[in-house]
Design a protein around this ligand. Structure first.
Ligand code: ZN
Ligand code: ZN
Length: 349
């Protein structure tokens, strides 16, 4: 048996329980999890917030880092002991037009870790061997975890925005995703504007290289950004309905609105006239590919990015979700599965 954070109902809090250790099927590997980041998506999954709900019961978690501990039939790579990342993209078909053109994140036959398949908030997880992305050794597991979703998602969003040096990028929402988005925007040479309603988070954005910060509770971000000349790209990582409108109106001519966050229900209306005349692009960006994740790890191994995270024991899963909902978390929370193994009499097999 193993300890796992299990969602058994969309209305009750997540609970840590003993469940059987999964057995890797053909083409899969068993991974002994060390660290597992808590993404806002896990909370949406646990609450059944989105139109397609996970089937109950299930284990969320898609920022899992651990070592390969068992091989399914036909698998030799990654070898036992290899440290790997388990991301949202748990598998894809490999042969559709999206998979064959470097857009496996759009594959219609994909599985999603911690949603359509059990995830990494557990001592062990199984995953398609081809989608277990190796983690370079200089990166700590606690850093690798947030990079596996928050990192790759914002990295791909900055790529989707096609930012060129000296362009102005506005990042709406500084948290697990936003603190990394600011850094990727900096890396491509942008002038970075960070927007949030929490001064602590704005302080963090400044530390990580934001050129301007705006507290949207105190001043109108549209006015401030337009006074700077407008944003060439607005990246939306927050879910409040007003933010989408602000992000759109803050754009300069030729600007790109990149949508990343997934509000519980959201329909956007944009003025056709302004969108056409100003040459505005509206882009949806969903996670990233395995190659994007490998690039994110390479940048981090080179020392180009900083991950801000705090660890929690898995036994605090429900409380940790509440912390995220309360907005009291500096950036990312990461479950340390080794705490689960060593302490509290919660030892598993
Ligand atoms: Zn995520
Ligand atoms: Zn495919």
């Amino acid at each position: 048996m193993m300890r796992a954070a299990l969602v058994s109902s969309f209305t009750e809090p997540i609970a840590v329980r003993d469940v059987p250790v999964p057995i890797p099927g053909p083409g899969q590997v068993l991974v002994r999890i060390e660290m597992s980041g808590l993404c806002h998506t896990d909370i949406h999954a646990a609450h059944g917030d989105w139109p397609v709900k996970p089937s109950l019961p299930f284990i969320p978690g898609h920022e899992g880092i651990g070592r390969v501990d068992g091989l399914g039939e036909g698998v030799s790579v990654p070898a036992i002991g290899t440290r790997v990342a388990l991301a949202w993209l748990g598998s894809a078909c490999g042969s559709c037009r999206f998979c064959e053109t470097g857009r496996e994140n759009l594959c219609l036959a994909q599985t999603n870790t911690g949603y359509s398949a059990n995830g990494s908030h557990a001592e062990y997880t199984v995953i398609d061997a081809r989608f277990a992305v190796p983690v370079p050794e200089p990166i700590t597991s606690v850093d690798a975890a947030p990079l596996t979703c928050a990192g790759v998602t914002t990295y791909a969003a900055i790529k989707a925005a096609r930012v060129t040096p000296s362009e102005r990028v506005a990042v709406f929402g500084i948290g697990g995703l936003g603190h990394l988005a600011v850094q990727y925007a900096r890396l491509v040479g942008a002038e970075v504007i960070a927007i949030d309603v929490d001064d602590e988070k704005l302080k963090l954005a400044t530390m990580l290289g934001a050129d301007h910060v705006i507290n949207a509770a105190k001043e109108d971000p549209v006015e401030v950004i337009r006074a700077l000349g407008g944003a060439d790209a607005s990246v939306v990582l927050a879910v409040a309905p007003s933010v989408f409108d602000q992000a759109y109106r803050a754009l300069a001519r030729g600007g790109r609105l990149v949508l990343v966050s997934l509000p519980k229900d959201g329909t956007l209306t944009f003025p056709v006239f302004d969108t056409v005349l100003n040459g505005i692009e509206i882009i949806g960006s969903i996670v990233g590919t395995r190659e994007d994740l490998a690039e994110v790890f390479r940048l981090h191994a080179l020392g180009r990015t900083t991950v801000v995270a705090q660890t929690r024991p898995l036994s605090a899963a429900a409380a940790a979700m509440q912390e995220v909902l309360d907005g009291s978390v500096p950036a990312r929370l990461v479950f340390d599965l080794d705490l689960e193994r060593s302490g509290d009499g919660a030892l598993a097999s």
